[in-house]
Design a protein around this ligand. Sequence first.
Ligand SMILES: NC(=O)c1ccc[n+]([C@@H]2O[C@H](COP(=O)([O-])OP(=O)(O)OC[C@H]3O[C@@H](n4cnc5c(N)ncnc54)[C@H](OP(=O)(O)O)[C@@H]3O)[C@@H](O)[C@H]2O)c1
Length: 261
Amino acid sequence: MDTPDKSWVLITGASSGFGEEFARQYAAQGHSLVLVARRLDRLQKLAVELRQQFHIEVVVEQVDLSDIAAVIRLHQRLHARGLEIDILINNAGHGLQGPFADAPLDAVLSMVQLDVASLTAVTHVFAQSMRMRKRGKILLVASLLAYQVVENLAVYSAAKAYVLRLAEALHRELKRDGITVTALCPGMSDTGFAQAAQQKLTTLLRRVMMKPAPVVRAGIRALRAGRVSVVPGWANKAIVIFTWATPRWLHQAVMSQTMNG
Ligand SMILES: NC(=O)c1ccc[n+]([C@@H]2O[C@H](COP(=O)([O-])OP(=O)(O)OC[C@H]3O[C@@H](n4cnc5c(N)ncnc54)[C@H](OP(=O)(O)O)[C@@H]3O)[C@@H](O)[C@H]2O)c1
């Protein structure tokens, strides 16, 4: 049997969906965990369950990550406790579907703040500590939508394109410091995301929807292998190949129909 790896994993957005699943899979491997999100009750319940089941250390941090000062304080608090993060799962994110000009500006900007600014800040502060220790692994959760623009998901798909590009550039840049950076690009998956994003679930989307467990397994495997990015699931991989192989007018029209019905 493998010896449990007790190194620390920090997971943002651990109170539901992919984040909760990352916590379960890393706990099963014996890792120590820092769970971050806003809903403290959900984090605490998960922490109690994982400590009992896997006999691991779990630290719960209630943080609103859209506040960049709170991100910096989180990093300082963990550092002051001597708790060094070896694996960062930068997963917290929010979507918003609907016509761009109809959405309230503050809702649009708060999505950019969480999906772009906060993700960049979290990556920055923990990459600095990893660089000093000359080791670390970072996973950025992007999306299949990073590969193409989508009508009525304009800001979200643009934000996720940023995440994918950031991961690809940092993958090269941080390699010399002993740090690997990987982008996970899931397609439609069965988490709390669609509901929070007021996203329409078309018949086709329901058919290709994946469960969080295989998506997270693919992310952990790619991170461990030091890959630059991974698209989980054959249907999602086929969509990326279709995007590369066809002119923009065609794949953009097909994606719009798939996402909007
Ligand atoms: N599900 C999909 O179909 C899909 C597809 C592609 C990519 N993704 C990406 O996957 C990631 C995880 O989403 P999910 O599908 O697991 O959805 P989810 O179940 O809604 O989870 C989102 C997580 O982000 C946390 N979060 C949201 N705002 C936050 C804030 N201001 N500060 C701290 N934490 C915050 C939430 O926790 P609290 O509410 O407790 O703060 C929650 O734990 C996102 O980046 C999303 O864009 C999802």
